[in-house]
Design a protein around this ligand. Sequence first.
Ligand SMILES: *Cc1c(COP(=O)(O)O)cnc(C)c1O
Length: 341
Amino acid sequence: MHLARFPRVRLFPTPTPLERLTNLSRHLGGPEIWIKRDDCTVVATGGNKVRKLEWLVGEAQAQGATHLVTQGAVQSNHVRQTAAVAKRFGMKCTALLEHRIDTNDRDYLNSGNVLLDRLFDTAIEYRPGGTDMNAEADAKGEALRAAGEKPYVIPGGGSNRVGALGYVSCAQELMQQADEMGLRIDRVVTATGSAGTQAGLVVGLEGSNAGVPVLGIGVRLPKDRQEANVHRLAEATADYVGTPGGIARSAVVANCDYVGPGYGHPTPGMTEAVLMLARLEGVLLDPVYSGKAMAGLIDLIRKGEIGKSETVVFLHTGGAVGLFGYTRVLEDAAANAVLQG
Ligand SMILES: *Cc1c(COP(=O)(O)O)cnc(C)c1O
C-alpha cells in the first residue's frame, strides 16, 4: 500500500492526538478507553470529513475543478467541512440539503452546521426527505458543467474509494502512534454512517495485518444493509490501493442497535453519552454520530460484551457544532441528568 501515489492536499497536522480517557474508564469500571481525536482536524472545527477531503480535493484539483458540489442532511457535518475547504482553495461550493428529519425546530433548521454553511457562502438548495441525494448531486454537477463551470461532485459523507483513503491513512497513523507509545489496542470503535470511515479503517488495518478489529456503531441503516455498504466500499478501496485478496466479509462488523427512532433523532443513550463525556472528560461529542456511537460503547461495556480488561480506542469523528441544532433536548438533559456508573 503506497498512498503517495494518489493526489492529496494537506489540511491539518498529523497525528491527531490519542488520549487516555482516565475518568470515563474509572467511572465505567474498565475497560481502558482511549480516544483518537479526529475532531481536531483543524478546518472549521474539524471532523472526520476533513481527512477524506484531503484526497477528494487532491483529485478535484488534479482534474482542474473550481467548484465543489456535495449533499447531506440539513445538519450535515460533511457539508460544513466541504464548504470550508472549498473556500480555503478559492473554490465555489454548492450543497444540496435533504430535509431528512421532519421538524420545525428553528435551531435544527438554522443554527449549528447550517449557520456555518451560510458563513462560508455556500449555495444551498433544499430537497425533500427521501430524495436520492447522490443522483441529485450528480444532476447538479451536470447542470453546472453545461453552464460552463468546472464542478467536482463529492458523494454524501465523502464516501467513495477516494475519500476512504483518508481512513486508510488514519489506520496507518493510529498503529504507528500506538506502537511508539507501546499501547496494545484490542479494538477500535467508531460511528458508521455513509461507510467511508469504517471502510477505510478496515482496509488500512487488514492491509497491514494489524489484527485490530473495528466495530462500527450504526446511526441510520439496519445492520445487514450497513455492513453490506461498508464491505462494498472496503472492497472497492482495497482494489484501488492494490491490496491483494480483497477484504473478508467477516472483517466488517456493525452494531445498529443504537439508532433509536431514526437518523438524527435524539435517544436517551445519546444524551447520556454526551453528558458523560462532557462532565467526566471535558470532551464534546455530537448528537447524531459520536454521541450514539459512545452510547453503544457504554452499553456494550455495561452488558459485558466489551471486556473489562480490553483496551479500546474510540474514534472521535467530530460534529460538536451539531449540538447547537439540538439545544432543547440537550438543555433538558443537562438540567436533569444524574450520571450512572
Ligand atoms: C459523517 C460522520 C460520521 C460517519 O462517518 P462515515 O464515514 O459517513 O460513516 C461520524 N461522525 C461524524 C461526526 C460525522 O460527521
